[in-house]
Ligand binder design. Structure first.
Ligand code: NAD
Length: 481
């Protein structure tokens, strides 16, 4: 039996094949034990008419190996092609995107010489569920979904990562002063899970000021965990301010699968010229070696790479007269790293990896004790363009049923009836809140159907409803606007 770990490799497009060859040469020279299955993804697959950019047989390989080292690909111009990254993340359940952002001062110019931040981005939820609607002529909606198990998984992953990688602090960025329920849940789960890791410092920042602080003083942060959208934006900001996007690798981790890559694209203009810097993909491969338990090899490769950087052997993209010693091509850079396997950097901080523990499904969602859920009202959204808020309020008062009475009307989150201000700009998209008139508050779905029939009979165009529930007596909806 071979001790090798099977992995799936895609050589990609543009500079992809060159940086993949360099990466594989370096890690195998350092002693990585791998059985490589090669698959084709990207441009040629798209152009053969496969809109996903990946053949069904490639999924079979990924199901077998569960580990994917992927070079960047080119998505052809024009519509209709689906993002391979999004498809891979969703299909394989890769819920955590891990992106270490490190500056290599003084070898790579940067405004932030002591930056060493790891961004951990939730990859499956939030506004990226892709659930969008055009509800009226002028109003569009995108649904933001945050779940307790999704939040638990990513936040626990962030703390486990911190423990395994000898990190001191985990910070959460969110905006729960505005999104009290969705971001509020993310923050609450963070506080709960942080208690299980007393050895790790924890802190929370509102994302706007947190982002400003990260861009200005990145040395104040260690591991930062974020929902999908904030993480998407801020992981690019963090990589950019290290001084070079070309040096960052990234891991996408799931319960059963993982994908590793560089964060940059296929740089087609640099392709085939032995120019590209393989460092981003190589550092992605270092994360892969850790993931498959070959942390000793990961340590060797990373330290050899740091020594190469420190020795001033640089590709064109980071070469700087006075700092760099030698400008090299992709192949020569790989050769220089291989020559340094076994060495450690002298000025830059050497790495020493331990394996990163996987998050077990058993640990997730343990706290979800079922609560009493009572239906207490309904928000009915109307497309109404033939009158003012006052007109709508007067008309709707007449359609209230016995069980449900009109409480207020809001427009894009601003209360406009009763007691609205004539200055408020209103679209044709109205939210009309009906609440229970009963003493015990609870209603049922039939009461809502009756109300909707009345609204329909009165000639209104209702475009959506949202049920209002109390959970153990606590409102499960934003209350006032
Ligand atoms: P890019 O990252 O390919 O290039 C941006 C700039 O950085 C270019 O000037 C390029 O020459 C330089 N660069 C990037 N990587 C480099 C490296 N390793 N060494 C030296 N220089 C490097 O971004 P782009 O030009 O916007 O996109 C090109 C293609 O890549 C597009 O088709 C895009 O869809 C695709 N892309 C793929 C991925 C992926 O597969 N994960 C990610 C981003 C972009």
């Amino acid at each position: 039996m071979s001790n090798n770990t099977p992995i799936t490799v895609a050589h990609g497009d543009g500079i992809g094949p060159e940086i993949m060859e360099a990466t594989l040469n370096i890690i195998t020279a350092a002693g990585a034990n791998l059985d490589i299955e090669t698959i084709e993804v990207g441009e040629q697959v798209y152009l053969r008419g496969n809109v996903a950019g990946i053949e069904p047989s490639a999924w079979d390989s990924l199901r077998r190996t569960k580990v994917f080292l992927k070079a960047p690909i080119t998505t052809p111009q024009g519509g209709g092609y689906k993002s391979l990254n999004v498809a891979t993340r969703k299909t394989l359940g890769l819920y955590a995107n891990v992106r270490p952002c490190v500056s290599y001062h003084p070898y790579v110019s940067t405004k932030h010489p002591v930056m060493d931040v790891v961004i951990i981005r939730e990859n499956e939820e939030d506004l990226y569920a892709g659930i969008e609607y055009r509800q009226t002529q002028d109003v569009y909606q995108c649904l933001k979904l945050i779940s307790r198990p999704g939040s638990e998984k990513i936040i626990r992953y962030a703390f486990d990562y911190a423990v395994a990688n000898n990190r001191k602090k985990v910070t959460v960025f969110m905006k729960d002063n505005i999104m009290k329920m969705t971001d509020g849940l993310f923050h609450k789960v963070f506080d709960e899970i942080a208690k299980e890791y007393p050895q790790i410092e924890n802190e929370a920042w509102i994302v706007d000021i947190g982002a400003a602080k990260m861009a200005n003083t990145p040395e104040a942060f260690d591991v930062i965990v974020m929902e999908n959208l904030y993480g998407d934006i801020l992981s690019d900001v963090a990589a950019q301010i290290t001084g070079s996007v070309g040096l960052a690798g990234s891991a996408n981790i799931g319960e059963n699968f993982a994908m590793f890559e560089a964060i940059h694209g296929s740089a087609p203009r640099r392709a085939g010229q032995n120019l590209a810097n393989p460092s981003g993909l190589l550092l992605g491969a270092v994360m892969m070696l850790n993931h498959i338990g070959q942390s000793d090899i990961a340590t060797k490769v990373h330290n050899a790479w740091l020594k190469t950087m420190e020795d001033g052997i640089h590709t064109y993209d980071i070469f700087k007269e006075g700092i760099s010693k030698e400008k090299v091509g992709t192949k020569e850079f790989a050769k220089a790293v291989i020559e340094r396997v076994g060495e450690k950097p002298v000025k830059l901080k050497a790495v020493e990896y331990m394996s990163v523990p996987r998050v077990s499904t058993a640990k997730v969602a343990t706290k979800s004790i079922r609560q009493n859920k009572d239906l207490v009202g309904v928000d009915v959204y109307l497309d109404f363009s033939t009158g003012s808020a006052e007109d709508l309020g007067e008309l709707l008062k007449k359609v209230s049923s016995n069980e449900l009475i009109l409480a207020f009307i809001s427009n894009r989150g601003v209360n406009v009836w009763p007691d609205g201000h004539p200055e408020t700009f209103c679209t044709e998209h109205w939210r009309c809140r009906f609440i229970s008139s009963k003493n015990d508050l609870t209603i049922n779905n039939s009461n809502i159907i009756e109300l909707l029939e009345k609204i329909n009979d009165a000639g209104f165009d209702f475009i959506k409803t949202e049920n209002l529930y109390n959970f153990n007596g606590e409102p499960g909806y934003s209350k006032d606007s």
